[in-house]
Design a protein around this ligand. Structure first.
Ligand code: GDP
Ligand code: MG
Length: 424
């Protein structure tokens, strides 16, 4: 594995953080290439339990260099707070093990506010935003109306740029949404509090990555959210505002010429989805409640109860194809141990016809799940560490899914802890 991308295959929360934490031991550099503080990766290791939002998951490994690439929504306020939270638990973060791309754009305070204002305006038509400012941020990035992290190193130019941005943004804030304008004092105070502390970490990370690779170092690229939240290929408009796919890793990391060797797709043994949007395999009532409790499915960022359902073969196969996954890590197999019969969504029914293809967003609302049941194993599998340790029915479940989604399942996770893993 010289260069590897770890991605989510479904709606997010598949357990990517847990897999990155496990695999970082084999890599020299870990890079986040898209997204912002709107997602949460939960990691349980010898230092404790952490919910990372922006920091790359390699931050816990000694000797690993962590990079925030140009593709991320760099939210200095949340990043700084997260760095302080993680440090309190004894994790060392310095400019040797954390680097921020000078080409990453800054998520400014008004992006978060505009996200709130717009969700309020949409009322019951809301997209289910985490209100972290991600959509307004990426819109402004593409309009070239925000600040690059590297511009913090040019304070004089920055001041006049901020004045222009302020004038422009206040038009929308006050005239469109009727909210209170920002002032230069507010902005300057915010820059002092949250941007100045991150200046020592800002670097030309593109050149760093290129040289690291030349020197024989291996790179792990870490995504946020899953394939079905990709702006272009997901369940638009219930997607995020960036590209979550592995093929974006070279661009968003700052190393467009990099050659990717492996793409590890993370799939949960059942489905979960946070927020709004079509979720064909969704379970309701008592059945849902039981699965949510068994998997403790509450958002790492928001605490929102996640919607749950059986594994969805149609969506997962589509996710595998979009990600061009070469290997799969199947997580949370232990959670299904209580079930007598395990439901699997094997096809969709659309306009009375069964289909294997993942539909266009407009049709997705009308699709119904076709469910089949596999036998449960009805015993605790959380101490299994070898494929042979798993009961026959659990192995049958894994091999059934593997065949159905068309990609080898090489890791099976049976617990949140680093070593609760089976390598096949
Ligand atoms: P991510 O966003 O993809 O990193 O996933 P989240 O951290 O949001 O959600 C995954 C949750 O499942 C976390 O609470 C993990 O600690 C937990 N987890 C990961 N793998 C396993 C597993 O195999 N078994 C169990 N029981 N929990 C797991
Ligand atoms: Mg998550």
């Amino acid at each position: 594995m010289s260069n590897c991308v770890i991605v989510g295959i479904n709606w997010g929360d598949e357990g990517k953080g847990r897999m990155v934490d496990l695999l970082t031991g084999r890599f020299d550099v870990v890079v986040r290439y898209q997204g912002g503080g709107n997602a949460g990766h939960t990691i349980v290791n010898e230092k404790g339990k952490f919910a990372l939002h922006l920091l790359p998951s390699g931050i816990f490994r000694k000797g690993v260099v962590n990079v925030l690439g140009n593709g991320v929504a760099l939210d200095p306020e949340n990043l700084w707070k997260e760095m302080e939270d993680v440090r309190v638990k004894g994790v060392v973060i310095n400019s040797e093990n954390l680097m921020i791309s000078n080409r990453a754009s800054l998520l400014l305070p008004w992006h978060r506010e505009l996200d709130e204002l717009e969700e309020k305006r949409l009322k019951d038509k809301k997209y289910g935003s985490t209100k972290q400012g991600i959509a307004p941020f990426y819109s402004d990035k593409y309009q070239k109306k925000t600040v690059l992290a590297g511009e913090l190193l040019y304070p004089e130019n920055l001041k006049s740029k901020l004045r222009d941005l302020l004038e422009w943004k206040n038009l929308t804030i006050t005239k469109v949404y009727g909210a209170a304008p920002y002032t230069m004092e507010m902005l300057e105070e915010w820059f002092r509090r949250y941007c100045e502390p991150i200046i020592p970490y800002i670097a030309d990370t593109g050149t760093y990555l290129k040289n690291a690779q030349k020197g024989g170092k291996s790179i792990l690229f870490e995504a946020q959210l899953g394939a079905l939240r990709d702006l272009d290929f997901g369940i638009y408009p219930y997607t995020t505002s960036s590209n979550t796919l592995a093929s974006y890793a070279p661009i968003g990391s700052g190393f467009p010429a990099v050659k990717i060797d492996e793409i590890v797709g993370v799939v949960k043994a059942y489905s979960t989805c946070v927020g709004e949007g079509p979720f064909v395999c969704e379970l309701f009532g008592e059945e849902a409640e039981k699965l949510r409790e068994a998997g403790f499915e509450y958002g790492a960022k928001t605490g929102r109860p996640r919607r749950v359902g059986p594994i969805d073969v149609v969506a997962t196969r589509y996710g595998v194809e979009c990600q061009a996954a070469t290997k799969i890590a199947l997580t949370k197999l232990d959670v299904l141990s209580y079930m007598d019969k395990i439901p699997v969504c094997v096809k969709y029914r659309l306009n009375g016809v069964e289909t294997d293809e993942f539909p266009f967003p407009e049709d997705l609302e009308k699709a119904e799940p076709v469910i089949e049941y596999l036998d449960g194993w009805k015993c605790d599998v959380s101490s299994a560490r070898k494929w042979e340790d798993l009961p026959d029915k659990a192995r049958e479940y894994v091999t059934y899914i593997e065949k159905a989604i068309g990609c080898p399942i090489t890791f099976v996770s049976v617990g949140a802890e680093r070593d609760s893993i089976i390598l096949r």
